[in-house]
Design a protein around this ligand. Structure first.
Ligand SMILES: Cc1cc2nc3c(=O)[nH]c(=O)nc-3n(C[C@H](O)[C@H](O)[C@H](O)COP(=O)(O)OP(=O)(O)OC[C@H]3O[C@@H](n4cnc5c(N)ncnc54)[C@H](O)[C@@H]3O)c2cc1C
Length: 154
């Protein structure tokens, strides 16, 4: 239990999409375009995704390999994902920061005990059963942004 504080601050959870992801030469990505609750750890991930997508399109347009109107496709490509994440993280806020006594009871008696179950290692299958603790971590391949192929053809 925490008994002493060095510094305390109020945390206000902002969660909303921007009305538009761009206007003329001004283009936005990351939290500026779609800020969401910190529950579910998705803010930076979706922000990096939208920045990568936008950077790829800006590069192609700047190099003359795609028409400038390619930049207009960024919002249509990224907003649906941001909306999904916003919706999921908002649900997480409603569960973890319940507004009523009944919901708090559900969180404390059902949700939190379930979250504390050792489910994560069982569901991801790592480490494999009976493996030595020093077993190497399997190599991972990053997915390359989906826009590259499409943009170069535009
Ligand atoms: C407590 C907490 C925990 C989090 N945990 C996770 C996590 O585990 N995983 C995850 O994926 N995400 C997490 N996030 C979300 C993540 O931190 C953000 O989504 C991410 O940092 C957004 O990056 P950004 O570059 O878009 O915006 P920011 O990091 O907010 O960067 C914007 C920058 O612009 C600067 N700026 C603002 N206005 C101006 C101005 N007028 N002129 C010049 N500069 C300006 C700001 O000072 C800031 O440096 C967490 C967030 C919080 C608050």
């Amino acid at each position: 239990m925490v008994t002493e504080f060095c510094w305390v601050s109020e945390l206000r959870i902002h969660r909303r999409p921007a009305d538009a992801y761009g206007n003329g030469r001004i283009l936005i990505a990351g939290d500026a375009a779609h800020i969401q609750s910190l529950f579910s750890d998705q803010g930076q991930n979706t922000g990096l995704g939208s920045a990568e997508n936008l950077a790829g399109e800006v590069a192609l347009a700047a190099l003359g390999r795609a028409a400038c109107r390619l930049l207009d496709t960024n919002e249509g490509e990224r907003r649906p994902l941001a909306q999904k994440v916003l919706s999921a993280t908002s649900t997480a806020v409603d569960i973890m920061l319940p507004s009523t006594r009944g919901k708090r009871l559900v969180r404390d008696k059902i949700v939190l005990p379930v979250l504390r179950l050792p489910l994560s290692s069982a569901s991801c299958g790592w480490p494999p059963p009976n493996s030595a603790s020093a077993a190497p971590v399997p190599s991972c391949r990053w997915k390359v942004g989906s826009n590259a192929g499409r943009c170069s053809a535009a």
